[in-house]
Design a protein around this ligand. Structure first.
Ligand code: NI
Length: 550
């Protein structure tokens, strides 16, 4: 007999996500339904607006991914008008976007996800000296690794306990059998959790140096960026560089070693393929200085076939709404019973506000894991040594990365690799300025531009592939459509029952205690869900939106 477990809302993510899983008598998940529970409609607000305002409005889609939507919306308008931006503007936009990758990944790992692996109450039993010794297994110079530092963390933790409240740690399934770390390993992670609180403030400043502020930067405009004074001020460039250098130190001496620690402690579940989706991966690639090697390669992998990566073709993207709460261009919410109570049975019904993007009919996983797998197998030399070193030190194979823990490893690898790339990009900017190229904006005459046109922009953003589509008529936005990374990963099924990455990753997961479904949270958190980004209103005209030429 199957039993149903409903988790709603899933916490420590952006937005409202619900998961319903059906488990057999052994607690093993047989079927899963993942649902976006909050309706959004930012695209409606964009309709009828001046296309030059698209960026500032679209930036409000999310409170986390603000810069990603801001840039993608502006770029889609530039694509519609065939406006080419200056090199410096391209670099500054990349510097802002890549600083956001670093901030996002570190916050995700420590503040949104690490509680699925570390048991705070176990850390109280740790020995400070042994903790310091343990940390040396994962790095030769571990971050803040003195006995006195660990003693201070322990004191802080026991202070929380004595006061009868665990503060930020009060909401956990402490003592759960799925926690595998020793008290010393737990203490290392908690120490880094606290350090990462400071880290995320600093790295936000890097985005703000060129963005004016963050979240919701202000400096990207159709045609380029307005951050001219920042670009020409050596102190500002130096501040940015210093923040990234500090970030890299934390990433290399805390974040990457912690990913190694998890890979070793959770080896058994990695080898079982826990949290593995269907092995379909999509990346659109990007971030390059002129004709040089791109930071990320584009491509499509089917069923973990790493040797045969297909070229990405945007005309193969379609959106379905069979199981989403839309019908043609109307909202069609069907989640209530006649008496007004919430439905939980999900047989052939609609069950999510998230639309269902498909690539050539298939569901796709997008994000750091997809990027790492595709870039590595397309022989991107920028990333190769990062992946090889990690796999060698953890004694894992490539396929092992396609798992809950592996997804985190891919994210940590990517973060370190992005830091290196930022240094190169910044030196390109300085080189340009040296040779008196100080352009940051391409002039255009709005009145003379096409009155009816359309454009699109694809970007790799922290959680995966982001696409914005704009249709312009009478110099106003006629239609605007977004497919965000979480839309791909958290997609509902279609009428044939085809599962998306979140749902597929849950199948086969064993839940020890239905009242404490830590195993389900761990799988879903590993994707870094952003529900505010994922839910977008459908428009029947959307069916035509993917007919663009790259
Ligand atoms: Ni978001």
């Amino acid at each position: 007999m199957t039993k149903k477990i409903v988790i709603d809302p899933i916490t420590r993510i952006e937005g409202h996500l619900r998961a319903e899983v059906e488990v057999d008598e052994n607690g093993v998940v047989q079927e899963a339904y993942v649902s976006g529970q909050l309706f959004r409609g930012i695209e409606t607000i964009l309709k009828g607006r001046d296309p030059r305002d698209a960026g500032l409005l679209a930036g409000r889609i999310c409170g986390v991914c603000t810069n990603s939507h801001f840039r993608a919306a502006v770029s889609s308008v530039e694509d519609a008008y065939s406006i080419k931006i200056p090199k410096n503007a391209q670099i500054i936009r990349d510097l802002m976007a890549l600083a956001l990758f670093i901030q996002d990944h570190v916050v995700h790992f420590y503040h949104l996800h690490s509680f699925d692996f570390m048991d705070v109450t176990s850390a109280l039993k740790a020995d400070a000296k042994l903790t310091s010794k343990e940390a040396h297994k994962y790095h030769e110079k571990p971050f803040r690794n003195s006995h006195s530092h660990y003693e201070a963390v322990l004191e802080k933790l026991s202070g929380f306990v004595k006061a009868g409240k665990l503060g930020p740690f009060s909401n956990g399934y402490w003592g759960h059998v799925d926690y595998k770390l020793t008290p010393e390993q737990n203490l290392i992670l908690i120490s880094h959790y606290l350090e990462a609180l400071k880290f995320q403030t600093n790295i936000s400043k890097a985005v703000a140096i060129f963005g004016g502020k963050t979240p919701h930067p202000q400096s990207i405009v159709v045609g380029g960026v307005t951050s001219v004074a920042d670009m020409l001020n050596p102190q500002r460039l130096n501040d940015y560089l210093f923040i990234i250098k500090e970030a890299k130190d934390f990433i290399d001496r805390a974040y990457l070693p912690d990913a190694k620690l998890l890979c070793m402690a959770y080896r058994e579940e990695i080898k079982e393929g826990r949290g593995r989706a269907n092995g379909n991966f999509l990346a659109v690639g990007g971030y390059a200085f002129e004709g040089e090697q791109k930071l990320f390669c584009s491509g499509v992998i089917y069923g973990h076939d790493f040797e045969n990566i297909e070229a990405f073709d945007e005309s193969k993207i379609r959106e379905e709404v069979d199981r989403s709460w839309y019908k043609e261009d109307e909202i069609c919410y069907t989640d209530l019973n006649e008496d007004g109570s919430l439905k939980t049975a999900k047989n052939d019904d609609k069950y999510s506000w998230i639309k269902a993007p498909r690539y050539d009919g298939a569901t796709m996983e997008t994000g750091p894991l997809a990027r790492v797998l595709i870039s590595y197998h397309k022989k991107n030399m920028l990333i190769k040594s990062f992946v090889d070193d990690f796999l060698k030190e953890t004694d894992l194979e490539m396929l092992d990365l396609s798992s809950t823990v592996g997804r985190n490893a891919a994210r940590a690898i990517e973060t370190s690799y992005i830091c290196e790339y930022i240094f190169k990009l910044l030196s390109r900017l300085i080189q340009n300025i040296k040779y008196y190229d100080t352009d940051t904006w391409s002039k255009f005459d709005f009145g003379a531009l096409a009155k009816e046109t359309k454009g699109r922009a694809f970007f790799e953003v922290p959680r995966g592939v982001l696409a914005h589509f704009v249709n312009i008529k009478d110099a106003k936005i006629e239609n605007f459509s977004v497919i965000a990374p979480t839309t791909w990963n958290a997609t509902p099924k279609n009428l044939n029952g085809l599962r998306g990455a979140y749902e597929e990753a849950l199948i086969g997961v064993k839940i020890e205690d239905p009242s404490k479904p830590l195993e389900v949270l761990k799988v879903l958190h590993s994707f870094d869900p952003c529900l505010a980004c994922a839910v977008h209103i459908i428009d029947t005209k959307g069916k035509e939106l993917s007919r663009y030429k790259l």
